[in-house]
Write a protein that binds this ligand. Structure first.
Ligand code: SAM
Length: 286
């Protein structure tokens, strides 16, 4: 057992590639080689990564189900001089991945344990950097709730957010979530869908929510893979604030009435200026 009685060990937070092994950096490889123990979300996956880089080291299971129980054991090891690296399945640990508990425990040891973050891949930051959306101020939302009612509630809380919003999404829920985002944020909010970043089928595509949904429906392959959504914040763009319901009403009325009349009635119901509705209608060629 490598125990350094005099010095506390260190905790290294080591990001791993999110698709392309070439993205691991030199320093991460050195650390993964030299630490006494690697905390791994999935020992099989980390094992494959280590083997690829010809690294042999001890792996210790650390995932969301044993995080609580194992954190105490790990901190004791660090106090006994162990240098430990924390890795997750892919990307930066703690970012919707395990690690928070152990980092918190280390931090609250009177700042005596060194926590060393290593730079590396994070899907949220990569998607943001290529989105073309304002990037100096942004907020990271992680995954939306699974349950539709909770998801809609959360989106309602977020709809006035002015900063660029980053959401992680799963392929199984993508269309449902996009439809919910559309119903709360309006069809015209600009959104960038970043899929399979750093992988063979990487695609980063931006348009209004309405058009993104059509774009996906045109090719079901666009539903596949790992996905990040980057959504424009609420700006003083009057079109963003047009309620989705008003467009639905307008489209129904238009079936029975001339466009001018349908716009007039809709504008009265929803207290919207007629020219705004008219321009929106033309822009989207409903
Ligand atoms: N810790 C990771 C990070 O730093 O990005 C995130 C882990 S979270 C459990 C997994 C989610 O990250 C996926 O569902 C997806 O939303 C996003 N993600 C991970 N890899 C991705 C990739 N290559 N392309 C797009 N999104 C990705």
């Amino acid at each position: 057992m490598k125990i350094n009685q005099k010095l506390l060990g260190k905790l290294y937070i080591v990001p791993t590639p999110i698709g392309n092994y070439n993205d691991i950096n030199h320093r991460s490889l050195i650390i993964l080689k030299k630490v006494d123990l690697i905390l791994s979300e999935d020992k099989r996956k980390t094992g494959i990564l280590l083997k690829y880089f010809n690294i042999k080291n001890k792996l210790y299971s650390y995932h969301e189900y044993n995080e609580k129980k194992h954190s105490e054991i790990i901190i004791n090891k660090i106090k006994n001089g162990y240098n430990i690296a924390l890795v997750s399945d892919a990307g930066t640990p703690l970012i919707n991945d395990p690690g928070y508990r152990i980092v918190k425990l280390c931090r609250f040891e009177n700042n005596s344990i060194k926590i060393i973050p290593i730079p590396g891949p994070c899907a949220a930051i990569l998607a943001l950097s290529a989105s073309g959306l304002p990037s100096n101020k942004f907020c990271y939302e992680g995954f939306l709730p699974n349950k539709k009612s909770k998801r809609l509630n959360r989106l309602n809380e977020l709809k006035l957010e002015k900063r660029t919003l980053i959401i992680y999404e799963s392929k199984h829920r993508l269309l449902n979530s996009l439809n919910d985002i559309k119903s709360i944020f309006g069809s015209n909010r600009y959104l960038v869908l970043a899929r399979e970043i750093t992988k063979k089928w990487e695609s980063i595509y931006g348009d209004t929510i309405e058009k993104i949904i059509l774009w996906i429906k045109n090719d079901k392959n666009r539903l596949k893979g790992e996905i990040v959504l980057v959504i424009d914040g609420l700006h003083n763009n009057i079109y963003n604030e047009i309620p989705e319901e008003s467009i639905k009403t307008l489209l129904i009325l238009k079936k029975y009435l001339p466009l001018k009349k349908a716009i007039h009635i809709t504008a009265n119901i929803y207290k919207i200026k007629r020219n705004i509705l008219y321009t929106l209608f033309l822009k989207n060629k409903y």
